[in-house]
Design a protein around this ligand. Structure first.
Ligand code: FAD
Length: 430
């Protein structure tokens, strides 16, 4: 079939993985046009809703993303969730099947919108929060605008988990509220933290310092707080105050050592507890119907390591066969799991874009979606889905929301005052 000259790419998700893939794809595929779908009216994923407010320098990557978005070959389609996700009820949602009909390639960069659970009794008690919810709440994520954590019932908190997110939560609990007030933290969070009685934070994990997932920079930063400490390794069993079973390590100095319950238990009194044992990606609801593979065990889209969606099946004769999904790619946390900083997400996104560019250069031999046909991207999807009347947010409109947030921030002496509800964001647009 004749090979179309212009590559139409849909990117699902506007976090670092989506933006870095878009950037590289537009640089490497001549004439590529990228449409980016984002469930929320505002872009940048965890750069806006994850990175702690007292780490503003980390958000500098947004300037790069602004440049990407200024390209005439780039279209932002905000407030549109792909795959009818039930946890983004405020936005319009469109079907993935429709997207597949109107692009040559689709890049899944939708991150990790759930968190891992402990699976222990007491996990749902009042006073127990998921770190993901708490982080989303202080960063103004609409999903958690009403979390209202109660930090007034006592002066000790327990955080279960030993990653950088646990350290972010600890800093936010212990930081001087007047320092936070000048950051882009959500206003409701400052009010609640100002009334907090928490004075002491215990960060508990199964294994020891050699195995912890914290990075040195983050742990050093926390050491300035006299009231945070890391007790010896212990294994959570159930939460009442918080009761832990002590552990021993298979080999204390081995970074990959595993922990074994040692029988003896210890109790830590605490008024609040945070579960901080990792984020988790889940398949889009339509994956099963469309036959798109998802590795539930690892919580990633099955791929060849370079982001080409693929899955391996063991055939009856014992040989494995690769199931191939032409034109489907993944990048970021949904590709390699919910670990790694923005720099590693960038490398990973570049790797996916390079794979796609190489495949496109070999089109004709390498299959793509809608092979041999010109397709019309967002125009086609919009026509087919009847979402023309829904409130889709363009890049120019996001800039207006951005401007309004900065203006609100100026009035109270901070960089921005975020809108924490989708309706408030849309109200700016009239
Ligand atoms: P995300 O950033 O999560 O982006 C995914 C996007 O997809 C989101 O905007 C989401 O709304 C959208 N989406 C989801 N589902 C759909 C759908 N169905 N349709 C359309 N859109 C959808 N890294 C650092 O370098 N420094 C730090 O200080 C730092 N702090 C962090 C703090 C926390 C609490 C967390 C969780 C992470 C932190 N990171 C930090 C890591 C960094 O945020 C990640 O590496 C990076 O954001 C992962 O990018 P991503 O694009 O894969 O996912």
């Amino acid at each position: 079939p004749p090979v179309p000259a212009q590559c139409r790419v849909a990117v699902i998700g506007s976090g670092p993985a989506g933006f870095y893939t878009a950037h590289r794809a537009m640089a490497k595929i001549p004439g590529a046009k990228v449409d980016m779908y984002e469930a929320l009216p505002v872009p940048f994923g965890l750069v806006r809703f994850g990175v702690a407010p007292d780490h503003p320098e980390v958000k500098n990557c947004q300037e790069r993303f602004e440049e990407v978005a200024s390209s005439p070959d780039f279209t932002f389609i905000g407030n549109v969730s792909v795959g009818s996700r039930s946890d983004h009820l405020d936005g319009s949602s469109i079907s993935l099947a429709s997207i597949l009909r109107h692009y040559h390639a689709v890049v899944f960069a939708y991150g990790a919108s759930k968190d891992r659970t402990l699976g222990i009794p007491g996990e749902d008690l009042d006073g127990v929060y998921s770190a993901r919810a708490f982080v989303g709440w202080y960063n103004g994520l609409p999903e958690y605008a009403d979390l209202a954590p109660d930090l007034t019932q006592g002066d000790e908190a327990v955080i279960i988990g030993q990653g950088n997110v646990a350290l972010d939560v600890a800093r936010m609990l212990l930081e001087d509220v007047d320092v936070l007030r000048k950051s882009d933290i959500a206003a409701h969070a400052v009010e609640t933290l100002a009334k907090s009685r928490i004075k002491r934070v215990h960060i508990v994990g199964r294994r020891g310092p050699m195995q912890a997932a914290f990075t040195i920079k983050e742990i050093r930063e926390l050491m300035k707080f006299p009231s945070a400490f890391l007790p010896a390794s212990s294994l959570p069993t159930r939460l009442s105050a918080a009761e832990f079973e002590r552990t021993t390590l298979s080999s204390p100095f081995d970074p990959n050592a595993y922990a074994l319950g040692a029988g003896a238990t210890a109790q830590l009194p605490c008024a609040v507890a945070f579960r901080s044992i990792g984020y988790k990606s889940t398949p889009l609801p339509e994956f099963a119907d469309l036959g798109i593979p998802f590795d539930d065990r690892r919580g990633v889209m099955s791929n060849d390591g370079h982001g080409r969606v693929q899955h391996e099946e063991r055939a009856r004769d014992g040989l494995s066969v690769l199931g191939s999904f032409p034109g489907l790619y993944c990048a970021g946390w949904v590709k390699r799991g919910p670990t790694g900083v923005i720099a590693s997400t960038m490398q990973d996104a570049f790797d996916t874009a390079d794979a796609m560019a190489g495949d496109w250069a070999a089109r004709g031999e390498v299959p793509f979606l809608n092979e041999g046909r010109e397709v019309d991207g967002w125009e086609g999807v919009r026509g087919e889905q009847g979402v023309a009347g829904a409130r889709v947010v363009s890049w120019e409109e996001w800039r207006r929301i951005d401007g309004a947030e900065r203006e609100r921030g100026r009035e109270v002496g901070k960089e921005r005052e975020k809108f924490v509800r989708t309706a408030e964001m849309l109200a700016v647009l009239g």
